[in-house]
Design a protein around this ligand. Structure first.
Ligand code: EPU
Length: 424
């Protein structure tokens, strides 16, 4: 198990590039299953979740070459239509193979994912989407089995009690591409990752209108063809780098990012006193003074992303007053709070709101990430903390952040990866 050792208190400075979006690549890899042949994805980040999805595609029977940031996926005429527990338990996004396998082969068996550190994360809306298209779905021995001789287009409402679902929108949209007739997805998620997947599907020959709006219309076609698609920049990685720059009191330019995908986060930073210059595909973040307190309430896109909530809480910990950070999507996404407290943060949880009283400084300590974004928050806090911070279980960070220690070092951070022996 690796950990990061960070000697904090150095302002970050320089230029860094955002990688391709993990949460756009995972559905894109699954979408390639919708037709036989060789599709190519570019700007693919080499992160653990992408490697896990690659392993899943290999087990299904695909060939996947991944070199540099290009991934070629060769899909044969027949596939094994099963995603086993072994892989799904490591990564919930394995779920994305359900729609494509069902649509193309009429049957799919996908393990239920089980527990998750940030909340319950049910999959009822994915199943609702498949059932609306005519699939018979049952849960047997921990697996979802879905069957349909031929999917048929339908009108389907995909809002759940927590609002829209990115995953269910994408899964249903992928399946609907090969369904007979027209599917209308209502209460669709608006996230850029939905739009990116729709663009890939369109390049494969799918007929989709409205991706990026609450109503997506898909006219089914009988066949799709392989395509080439460039992944959008990772807005969450870019937002995390913005938080790192701001917390360290530095000046950083992030290239190859999409500030338009980060409007809510940029707004919070500006209100807190961070200077931001945004271009088409770059953003410069400068914070020379202590930040003002902030009000952050998570909501689906274009609102403030839940995937940046922990990182921005790290920022709030050092602001000049009392901030409120409210999580509305995942009920348990506060596992970073006790770890931030170990660094000297003053945070109190009141239901789904964290009340953060800014302190003048954090002090380095040993802490541990519980999930991907919590780990990013701890690294960010460690960059600002006085003295040495050790962030354990960095494999969580490795799931979604490409070569982060190298990127941070390039910006002047003192951070190194250390291999930690497991205690026996
Ligand atoms: N939900 C249901 N039923 C469902 C699906 C979702 O009730 O069938 C609920 C969830 O429990 C949650 C809300 O709906 O409360 C939103 O979940 P959503 O389906 O939108 O999330 P997801 O597709 O499982 C993706 C990202 C997450 C990100 C969320 C929200 C991927 C692979 N994952 O998850 O990313 O937090 O959207 O934006 O795209 C991360 O990258 O760290 C991460 C957790």
């Amino acid at each position: 198990m690796d950990k990061f050792v960070i000697d904090g208190g150095r302002p970050l400075a320089g230029t860094v590039r955002a990688s391709g979006a993990k949460n756009a690549v995972l559905p894109a890899m699954a979408a390639c299953l919708l037709c036989q042949g060789r599709s190519v994805l570019t700007n693919v980040p080499n992160v653990m979740d992408v490697r896990t999805m690659r392993r899943l595609l290999l087990r299904l029977g695909c060939k996947v070459e991944f070199s540099g940031s290009a991934m070629a996926i060769e899909v044969p005429a027949r596939l094994r239509c099963e995603a086993e527990y072994e892989i799904v338990k490591q990564m919930r996004a394995s779920y994305y193979v359900l729609g494509p396998l069902l649509a193309r082969f009429g049957a799919a068996k996908v393990s239920l994912p089980g527990g998750c550190a940030i909340g319950a994360r049910p999959i009822d809306l994915h199943l609702k989407g498949m059932e609306a298209l005519g699939a018979k779905v049952e849960i047997v021995h921990g697996y979802v089995r879905a069957r349909a001789r031929k999917l048929a287009g339908q009108r389907v409402q995909l809002a759940g009690t927590k609002g829209v679902s990115v995953g269910a929108t994408i899964n249903t949209m992928m399946a609907a591409c090969l369904a007979a007739g027209t599917t209308v997805i209502e209460s669709a998620a608006l996230e850029p990752e939905v739009v990116s997947t729709a663009e890939l599907l369109a390049a494969m020959g799918a007929r989709i209108r409205g991706a990026g709006t609450p109503v997506i219309t898909i006219e089914g076609v009988t066949e799709l063809a392989p395509a080439e698609h460039r992944m959008i920049p990772d807005r969450i990685e870019a937002g995390s780098l913005m938080a790192a720059a701001a917390v360290s009191g530095g000046c950083v330019t992030i290239e190859d990012c999409r500030p338009d995908h980060l409007a809510a986060a940029i707004d919070v930073l500006r209100r807190a006193g961070v200077r931001i210059a945004a271009g088409d595909e770059m953003v410069t973040v400068e914070a020379r003074r202590r930040l003002r307190p902030m009000e952050v309430t998570v909501s689906p896109y274009p609102g403030f992303p839940t995937d940046l909530q922990p990182q921005f809480m790290a920022l709030a910990c050092l602001s000049s007053g009392i901030s409120a950070v409210t999580e509305t999507i995942f009920e348990n996404r506060f596992m970073h709070v006790p770890e931030l407290q170990r660094l000297g943060a003053d945070v109190k949880l009141e239901g789904s709101t964290a009340v953060v009283k800014g302190v003048p400084k954090l002090t380095g300590a040993q802490v541990m990430g519980s999930d991907l974004r919590a780990s990013a928050a701890l690294v960010i806090a460690g960059l600002a903390a006085e003295g040495r911070t050790e962030v354990g279980r960095i494999y969580h960070l490795d799931r979604g952040y490409e070569r982060w220690e190298r990127k941070l070092k390039k910006l002047g951070a003192k951070v190194k990866r250390v291999h930690e022996k497991m205690a026996t």
